[in-house]
Ligand binder design. Structure first.
Ligand code: IFM
Length: 435
């Protein structure tokens, strides 16, 4: 089969700090990403998310674009420091009002929100108290989850707790490329792993409705045939593809990394972490080539040779998506809930032409090939229920600032003008055809 079932969920995904802007409005206080991006030399173009896509003020225009696309669901994240601006834990009504307006607007357009509570923007007040190295941050996260659920829960179709724990742990706390910019030894960073998982488990207990876990996956290939590179690739596979999935689905850490995490685990923790959700979200972009190094982290991740590349330098490898889905299916068997592709997309150097169009044929080919890869996994017996393109709009791509464009819609950051790209029309037709 090549088509998708009529009840397949079609969506687009985004995250608060990457699109909202309004960094200092209506009582929001800084997150670690505000602090990090404002520091010298942290983003490729020196930019911040202060304004981003100004989605905070222009959400109605953006929801109209989503309605035009015909999507079923919008995957968004909530800004924790908009909701809980300081360590007192008191909710900020104006922050909640924004998400109220957004969810109402989605409901008016028949779009179901998939709401994620944390997409890397820890409140600075929580970082000042020790951030994810501090066990108490997990409890504070559950308080925040309860506030959001109480106010927005009546309109949320699907909840998720934390997006891509692996990237937040690795880039934010080991390599220092992302906020909070820490370069901790692995023995210390291991606490971050456990506290993220604990936070997710505690939050899962207070969220009502459908729950979805979300992690990024990528096949890890050895860079060469050497034993050292094979071992490095095997270790990276555990780090990215199992460390955050085994505990939630199986209730245990991978044996290879257990000694590292164990000092942070208290009695009863794994029962909290082991909160199997109703759906599992897969964020997929590329495959990785891994080679051994002598550093404190004994491996390096490279783009594999022999593939076309996106403007980010990432290999275009749709077969890796089929592989990831079938591997999850085999690895977790009856423990695996149905899957959803919660992010898939690509960055290209898209420009608006003289006629006012933005022709991103490379993205059309990329998405088309990746949808075929999803279908191939479904044909092989994997239960996949939906697909979200990353992203609706070009947006703030973390350490890359505004230099990498992932959107179906081009954003002119000087004027905030939105220009649907060729891929926007293609995705709209694709969705319509599958109804
Ligand atoms: O933009 C990010 C997103 O925030 C998390 N997943 C990967 C995307 C592209 O890098």
């Amino acid at each position: 089969m090549t088509g998708f079932p009529p009840d397949f969920t079609w969506g687009v995904a985004a995250a608060a700090y990457q699109v909202e802007g309004a960094a200092n409005e209506d009582g929001r206080t800084p997150s670690i990403w505000d602090t990090f991006a404002h520091a010298e030399g942290t983003t490729a173009d020196g930019s911040t998310g202060d304004v981003a896509c100004d989605h905070y003020h222009r959400f109605a225009e953006d929801v109209a674009l989503m309605a035009d696309l015909g999507i079923d669901s919008y995957r968004l994240s909530v800004s924790w420091s908009r909701i809980v601006p300081d360590a007192s834990g008191r909710p900020n009504p104006a922050g909640l009002d924004f998400y109220d307006r957004l969810l109402d607007s989605l409901a008016d357009n028949g779009i179901s929100p998939a709401v994620n509570l944390f997409h890397w923007d820890l409140p600075q007040w929580a970082q000042d108290a020790g951030g994810w190295q501090q066990r108490d941050t997990a409890a504070r996260f559950a308080e925040y989850a309860e506030i959001v659920a109480a106010r927005l829960g009546d309109r949320v179709g699907t909840w998720s707790t934390i997006n891509e724990m692996f990237e937040h742990f690795a880039l934010g706390h080991v390599t220092g490329e992302h906020a909070p910019g820490l370069t901790l030894p692995l023995e210390e960073a291991a606490g971050v792993v456990h506290h993220l998982l604990l936070a997710s488990g505690h939050a899962a207990q207070v969220l009502r409705g459908r729950l979805m876990g979300i992690t990024s996956y990528a096949p890890a290939r050895p860079h060469t045939d050497s034993d050292a590179d094979r071992d490095a690739a095997a270790l990276y596979d555990v780090l990215q593809n199992r460390l955050f999935t085994d505990p939630v689905l199986l209730g245990r850490y991978p044996a290879e990394l257990e000694p590292l995490i164990e000092p942070f685990v208290r009695e009863g923790d794994l029962a909290v972490v082991h909160a199997p959700p109703d759906l599992w979200g897969v964020n997929y972009y590329s495959i990785n080539s891994v080679r051994a190094t002598e550093g404190a982290v004994p491996l390096e991740v490279l783009a594999p040779q022999g593939f076309p590349r996106t403007a980010f330098g990432w290999a275009v490898a749709p077969e890796g998506l089929t592989e990831v889905l079938t591997t999850l299916h085999e690895r977790y068997a009856e423990h695996l809930p149905p899957l959803v592709i919660t992010e898939n997309g690509c960055a290209y150097d898209d420009t608006v032409d003289a006629a006012g169009g933005c022709d991103d044929l490379e993205r059309v080919v990329f998405l088309d090939e990746h949808l075929a890869a999803v279908r191939a996994a479904m044909n092989a017996g994997v239960d996949v229920r939906g697909y979200y393109v990353w992203s609706l709009l070009d947006n703030f791509e973390w350490a890359e600032g505004y230099t990498k464009r992932f959107g179906l819609v081009h954003v002119d950051y000087a004027t905030q003008r939105r220009t649907p790209k060729t891929s926007f029309g293609w995705y709209r037709d694709r969705i319509a055809a599958s109804r």
